[in-house]
Ligand binder design. Structure first.
Ligand code: ADP
Ligand code: MG
Length: 584
């Protein structure tokens, strides 16, 4: 073919490569997991494609992953006979950072660059983004990818040493699927670079990171076997040691067990963690592992995880639900939005349903009774798991809440059926403690006698809320107020939430009658005061008529001379801002 084309990496990709190449990231081993994970995805996609497209002329009878280490040449090949990539896909997926996190990663890289990229920053970024294919540059001097897409005739070679450029080239005779060849860096255990051409090491890594992969991962191993001799000969000298020879055999080095089909006691924490990393494409450890096995009319198994770290795209418009759907062990689709409500989009994992057709489409899923039943059950299970976590592992719960509470509370608006359970599982900042969060049950337990509503105030920050003049009287009387500073709080409190028969009452709206249950409240003195201030009040009302609808005397204030109060049914300033921001 013609000369290979030389392409330049985008500036951001180059930055990232630089981080990878020079990273001190101690978990360099994980490059293998990333390559195997990609190969496994490619095999899943090919099987699915061949089910959907009967005209696709490919052999799917022996889908597998192969590891070919070469100790002399110091190379490692990771190959699959999966879906492969077209030339355009190679340029788009491998030559650039095509992952959904690109924008966020760019931002982080720019920031890191400004600060002068330190090793620690690099390590942090890698851990946070889990850069799949590019992690190969942590261990390789040169990476060569050869691929041919199923159904296409010509293949593509992509090659880079991880500096500014890569080359791309046609390969007329490439086998279908993808092979990635790593020219390995010298072993340097101090730098966490091990011998990745060593079969024992590779076997170890596969066991640790990729054992559950549903496709066989094969490697040639040398085996010593007895030499078989004809009967007559072996009879002659029986006391001689049997002769042996060395043969090379492809061995499957992973156990391929579907973790979700196993009972919890059969699976180690570490196996669950690695599986989590595989399905979530994340590099953290799960905070919580949830298993669910339903028998009866709808048979299904689910293995779900709550991450420790919120992903960077949690609040982005294209943030996806993280559930993969399998039917009888066959991968059907990822990001299956029908299986989990949007406010639980941070939950990752798989659902394996026994009675769905392999041809199931997203359109069919939306109508499917079974899918809806599974979704209801999973939703309840996740909520109850969070509640249990709160009661038994407060520190983990706090990590969860700090990372995902804002998303979780979207359910208070969008999922009225589960609102009670969600309120029970939620925690809130309050004036009771500066650091600790409170449950609503605990709040109610501390309510003053005669208090029949849950007081709250919304705002942009704790600071802004607790310093508000509205707070003064509550502080003076020792009445606890929930401090709600997430944008979503405004939505659910105005959606008419109730807890344990108590309504929620904003301290910044309408007339909050704190004196009602004060024994020493003195109606006559109030009347007198109103008379005394009548002229001032009407002058203020007229003078400020463009900005306020009424001026009245208040018992709310103990320190400030005046404050602005919203109508009981008007929008709060936060809600107004929200609507404005969303263009309404
Ligand atoms: P991710 O796997 O999270 O999408 P990667 O950097 O690991 O990110 O891979 C980028 C993309 O390149 C993949 O999404 C996939 O489309 C493509 N790809 C990588 N490896 C393979 C492979 N072995 N076969 C087919 N496509 C692949
Ligand atoms: Mg990947």
């Amino acid at each position: 073919s013609a000369q290979p084309e030389v392409h330049e990496f985008q500036a951001e990709t180059r930055q990232l490569l630089d981080l990878m190449v020079h990273s001190i990231y101690s978990n360099k081993d994980s490059f293998l997991r990333e390559l195997i994970s990609n190969a496994s995805d490619a095999l899943d996609k090919l099987r699915l494609e061949s089910l959907l497209d009967k005209d696709l002329d490919v052999d799917t009878s022996d889908l597998h992953i192969t590891l070919i280490p070469d100790a002399e040449k110091r190379t490692l090949v990771v190959a699959d006979n999966g879906i492969g990539m077209t030339r355009d896909e190679v340029v788009g997926l491998i030559g650039t950072l095509a992952r959904s996190g690109t924008a966020e990663l760019r931002r982080s890289l720019a920031e890191a660059r400004e600060k002068g990229v330190s090793d620690a920053a690099a390590e942090e970024l890698i851990g946070q983004f889990g850069i799949g294919f590019y992690s190969t540059f942590m261990v390789a001097e040169k990476v060569t990818l050869v691929t041919r897409k199923a159904g296409e005739t010509t293949g593509t070679r992509w090659e880079s040493t991880g500096d500014g450029t890569y080359t791309i080239d046609d390969v007329p005779d490439a086998p279908q699927g993808t092979s990635v060849t790593l020219a390995l860096k010298p072993v340097d255990t101090e730098d966490h670079l091990y011998d990745y051409a060593d079969k024992t090491k590779l076997r170890q890594l596969v066991k640790r990171y990729s054992d559950f992969i549903a496709w066989p991962i094969r490697m040639d191993v040398e085996k010593t076997v007895p030499v078989e001799k004809p009967e007559s000969e072996s009879d002659e000298d029986t006391d001689k040691a049997p002769e042996t020879k060395t043969v090379v055999e492809a061995e499957t080095i992973n156990s391929m067990k579907a973790l979700w089909a196993k009972s919890r006691s059969e699976v180690s924490e570490e196996e669950y963690h690695e599986f989590y990393r595989h399905v979530s494409h994340a590099w953290d450890a799960p905070l919580e592992t949830i298993t669910l096995q339903a028998e009866g009319t709808f048979e299904y198994q689910a293995l779900l995880f709550i991450p420790t770290q919120p992903p960077f795209d949690l609040f982005m418009r294209d943030s996806k639900v993280g559930i993969h759907l399998y039917v009888k062990r066959v991968f059907i689709m990822d990001d299956c939005a029908e299986l989990m409500p949007e406010y639980l989009r941070f939950v990752k994992g798989v659902v394996d349903a026994a009675d769905l057709s392999l041809n199931v489409s997203r359109e069919i899923l939306q109508q499917d009774r079974q899918i809806r039943a599974i979704r209801r059950r999973l939703t309840k299970k996740v909520i109850s798991t969070v509640t249990e976590m709160r009661d038994s592992r407060p520190d983990d719960y706090r990590t969860f809440w700090d990372g995902f509470g804002r998303v979780f509370k979207e359910g208070l608006v969008n999922d009225p059926d589960n609102r009670d359970a969600l309120l029970k599982a939620s925690s809130f900042a309050s004036t009771h403690s500066e650091e600790e969060l409170t449950t609503l049950a605990d709040y109610i337990g501390r309510m003053k006698s005669g208090q029949d509503t849950i007081y709250y105030m919304t705002g942009e920050s704790r600071q802004q809320i607790v310093n508000s003049p509205h707070m003064e009287a509550f502080r003076a009387k020792g009445i606890e107020v929930l401090v709600l500073s997430d944008p979503v709080d405004e939505m659910w409190v105005s959606a008419g939430a109730e807890f344990d028969g108590k309504t929620f009452q904003s301290i910044a709206k309408g007339a909050v009658d704190l004196d009602a249950d004060d024994e020493d409240s003195d109606d006559t003195s109030k009347d007198d005061q109103e008379k005394a201030y009548a002229d001032l009040l009407s002058w203020l009302t007229t003078t400020l008529s463009d900005d306020v609808s009424e001026t009245r005397l208040s018992s709310r204030l103990t320190e400030s001379p005046a404050c602005l109060v919203g109508d009981t049914f008007s929008m709060s300033p936060q809600l107004e801002k929200l609507y404005r921001a969303s263009g309404q």
